[in-house]
Ligand binder design. Structure first.
Ligand SMILES: *[C@@H]1O[C@H](CO)[C@@H](O)[C@H](O)[C@H]1NC(C)=O
Length: 269
């Protein structure tokens, strides 16, 4: 309707076709507001050669979050490094890794990401679309040594979380169908197991096993491409990529821990 106005809104996405491809790595830093109101900086890296995108940021409490989309393997990996409370007998940090299938509408392709440029890098960005929170029952443990088959990135990203790599039974089923070696997976006790496992939140004893929850939110993620229409001199309409749509997406992971001590953030307040 008003293509000029629209174009100005998408102005920060420039698609330089002729000279961009010297390197396959590109980086974008985007300022975002976290749920607690604090500002942080997301680093988005696209590697078009390895066909992956990494998104990283630090939360206000020091937790470091990494999200990696591996398009080659259709796998996404979340890693969180949570700073421990030393006075409560925890180690310096606790690492968690969650691996699950990458869906098609979650994030734009790596080659589009590599072409994304930002006009005003100091602007605090707000996602255009709020997607609903996804609950994931991470009820399977993944053997770090064998996980290379799922994605070559696991060894790099999950190295600190060797004992805490989780996935879901649904994902395992899909991977087994693709011929991935099932011996890397081990089904964990679940909340429906007998004897029933409590959530760590209500479990009063620190040394008992329980189901822990960890919630994380990606405040700004380029989730889809926008297309614009153009009419050429002969009156024919063509469409072209003219921008991205950004989304906010939250996840709540639920997973087995051998003791409540390993889940101290998940407490009644
Ligand atoms: C993971 O796999 C390796 C290699 O087969 C094996 O040596 C190791 O014991 C396994 N770890 C666990 C926790 O099962």
């Amino acid at each position: 309707m008003f293509p000029l106005v629209d174009l100005r809104r998408f102005f920060w996405l420039i698609v330089p076709i002729l000279w961009c491809c010297q390197t396959s790595l590109s980086e974008l830093r985007v300022r975002v507001r976290l749920e607690d109101g604090q500002i942080t900086e997301e680093t988005l890296q696209a590697d078009s050669e390895r066909d992956c995108i990494t998104l990283e940021f630090r939360k206000t409490d020091g937790t470091f979050v990494t999200y990696l989309a591996d398009f080659k393997q259709s796998v996404k990996i979340f890693r969180v490094l949570i700073l421990g409370e030393l006075e409560r007998g925890q180690s310096q940090f606790q690492a968690l890794c969650f691996i699950t299938q990458l869906q098609s509408n979650e994030i734009i392709p790596s080659e589009s990401m590599a072409k994304l440029r930002q006009k005003n890098p100091h602007t605090v960005r707000q996602a255009e679309e709020m997607r609903k929170i996804e609950n994931l029952q991470m009820d399977v443990a993944v053997n770090f040594t064998k996980a290379l088959q799922l994605s070559p990135h696991v060894h790099n990203i999950c190295a600190e979380a060797k004992e805490a790599i989780y996935t879901r039974q649904d994902d395992v089923r899909a991977w087994l169908e693709k011929g991935i070696d099932g011996s890397m997976f081990e089904v964990l006790p679940q909340s429906s197991s007998l004897p029933a496992l409590p959530t760590c939140k209500v479990c009063s004893r620190e040394w008992k096993p329980c189901i822990c929850s960890y919630r994380l939110s990606l405040e700004w993620i380029p989730c889809s491409l926008k297309y614009c229409k153009n009419r050429d001199s002969s009156g024919r309409t063509t469409t072209y990529k003219c921008g991205i749509r950004s989304c906010q997406k939250s996840y709540s992971f639920h997973f087995y821990v051998t003791q409540k001590q390993l889940c101290l953030w998940d407490e009644e307040t």
